[in-house]
Design a protein around this ligand. Structure first.
Ligand code: HXC
Length: 520
């Protein structure tokens, strides 16, 4: 072997050692927990052979607590770029086998490097988190490292999609990086997120709770909404991340890729002509409507288990990626509450930031009322959704299926919030409130003064009919141009697609400003 060959062999050996992370024993322990290693995860995520790794030889610079004798090439995180379905992405995956994936200053530098490259080159960043948090031996250096990452999360927000997979522990301030990204996925039973773990919770407030109950995937996907997706296992989780990316553009200057479909753009669905029950208080399933109108019935739902009275997610319509926002009459009658407003507002803002048109399906009886909602600031939270739709400049197509009452009518992408094309089914009723409530307010005195209960009932029914004739239909709104057309339900797919085609080159501005002041 000559010197050059020796040097090459040295490189090969060093790479092989780096690829082993914290060593076989720790890799085995990772597998025993039902978890993959950082490199195995990257292999699952990226197109085969596409991964280019950076900073494989980076080492930490800490000398305290014996760390000067503990060096691993790569220092607990694998970073680089590759492709998913042929499209460039940047990725970092924390390696739990090296000091528990804990974050050192050099690890943060590696992560920041790929984030900077992602922004510069206009490609999504995917972070796979599996870490014991700040590397305790490094003290303030580790904290500073988090600060550097958070600042980049903030600056990259709305520029490139940022996606977090939580595939192990994520605790303390470390949770804020995923929280700053656009989408967070967790895996049931092997990942958790919380500010303080069960032991501290018990000592501080005396509450006994398990890791899973405090910050597991199911909890965050259904109760807090911190996680957008909860996967059964890592394979399913990584497949979900890949599917999510297929709906997104690479950055805020581009459009999402077209997905060719054999589903005819003018396909009619007669079932939609009889989906609305005669009784206005009876629910129906909004998922059936969504699946009927999108390409191939393929709807990719976001936040499926959280605030189920509103549905948000991605689909394609004639090959074009769209964001769907729909009230769900089968859950809380489709009323808007705090969680539904926050959920939908965040989704609408994501779509607007990344040039994804919005298709809004409306059947909303109003906002949920009561002290629980008022004390929880339904006013400010409802305003978030109002704000999100009102500021959005992407194409906005709205279809009102049935109820659209009061403030909720305005919030759900109405014409006055710069809705581009607003359609209604013949079953739509657009009014300040339903007939019962309206008559109760307007004719309370007359009904009280009625000589007999029968007389009061007669007044109620007569006035309800008058109110229904006037408002329990879409024609009042159509006469005034507040909706653009009344459409047959069976034609909804075709009409929405045609609207989106018309709006494909839409240009709309918001006034110049430093930034807005969304009611947080
Ligand atoms: C340094 C760490 C570490 C950390 C784990 N390790 N966490 N090393 N700093 N924060 C090391 C362990 O010493 C061990 O090293 C290896 O990683 C695996 O850890 P184990 O404890 O053996 O694994 P496990 O039993 O699975 O427990 C995982 C764990 C636990 C629950 C994450 O390690 C743990 O509680 N760690 C501390 C968590 C924490 O309090 N972090 C600080 C949060 S505050 P060896 O050599 O034996 O393999 C924070 C502030 C951020 O992060 C602020 C941002 C603004």
């Amino acid at each position: 072997m000559n010197i050059q060959q020796e040097n090459i062999q040295k490189l090969v050996d060093r790479r092989a050692k780096a690829r082993l992370g914290g060593g076989e024993k720790r890799v085995e322990a990772q597998h025993q927990k039902g978890k993959f290693t950082a490199r195995e995860r990257i292999a699952l995520l990226l197109d085969e052979g596409s991964f280019e790794e950076y900073d494989m030889f980076v080492q930490h610079r800490c000398t305290h607590f014996g760390m000067d004798k503990q060096h691993y090439d790569g220092d607990g995180v694998v970073t680089g770029c590759g492709t998913i379905d042929g499209r460039l992405v940047y990725v970092f995956a924390q390696d739990f086998t090296v000091t528990g994936g804990s974050l050192s200053k050099t690890m943060s530098e590696k992560i920041c490097k790929v984030m900077d490259m992602a922004v510069r080159n206009g490609a999504p960043v995917i972070g796979l988190n599996d870490s014991g948090g700040a590397r305790i031996q490094e003290g303030i250096d580790a904290l500073a490292g988090y600060g550097e990452i958070f600042e980049r999360n903030i600056l990259a927000s709305g520029v490139v999609p940022q996606i977090s997979g939580i595939l192990g522990p994520c605790a303390g301030g470390a949770v804020y990086s995923p929280a700053l990204t656009d989408f967070t996925l967790m895996v049931k039973n092997t990942s958790y997120m919380f500010l303080t773990g069960p032991a501290v919770v018990k000592s501080v407030i005396g509450e006994e709770v398990t890791q899973e109950e405090l910050g597991g995937a199911t909890v965050h996907a259904s109760k807090s909404g911190v996680a957008h997706f909860a996967a059964e296992n890592e394979e399913e989780g990584i497949a979900t991340l890949k599917k999510l990316l297929s709906f997104l553009p690479q950055n805020n200057r581009e459009e999402a890729p077209l997905r060719p479909t054999a589903d005819p753009y003018n396909r009619v669905d007669d079932a939609l002509n009889s989906i609305i029950p005669d009784n206005p208080n009876k629910p129906y399933d909004m998922y059936a409507v969504i699946r009927s109108i999108v390409d191939d019935g393929d709807f990719f739902e976001v936040h499926r288990a959280y605030a189920r009275n509103i549905i948000v997610g991605f689909a394609h319509m004639n090959g074009r990626s769209v964001g769907v926002v729909a009230n769900q009459p089968a859950m809380l009658a489709g009323a808007l509450d705090i969680n539904a407003s926050r959920k939908a507002a965040r989704f609408v803002r994501f779509c607007d930031a990344f040039n994804i048109p919005l298709v809004t399906l409306v059947d909303v009886p109003g906002f949920l009322c009561g002290t629980h909602q008022e004390y929880g600031a339904i006013i400010a939270n409802g305003a978030k959704l109002l704000y999100a739709f009102g500021e959005a400049t992407v194409p906005k197509v709205t279809v009102t299926l049935r109820k659209s009452y009061g403030g909720a009518h305005i919030v759900m992408s109405c014409k006055q919030l710069r809705g581009d094309l607003n359609y209604a089914w013949p079953s739509a009723n657009i009014a300040v409130m339903g007939a019962d409530g309206a008559v109760g307010v307007l004719y309370a005195k007359d009904m009280k003064a009625a000589a007999t209960p029968e007389e009061a009932a007669r007044i109620r029914e007569e006035k309800k009919k008058e109110y229904d004739d006037l408002f329990n239909n879409p024609y009042q709104a159509a006469q005034k141009g507040y909706i653009d057309d009344i459409i047959e339900p069976r034609n909804t797919r075709f009409r929405v697609i045609r609207a989106l085609e018309q709006l494909a080159a839409k240009q709309q501005e918001v006034p110049a400003k430093k930034h807005d002041n969304l009611p947080l």
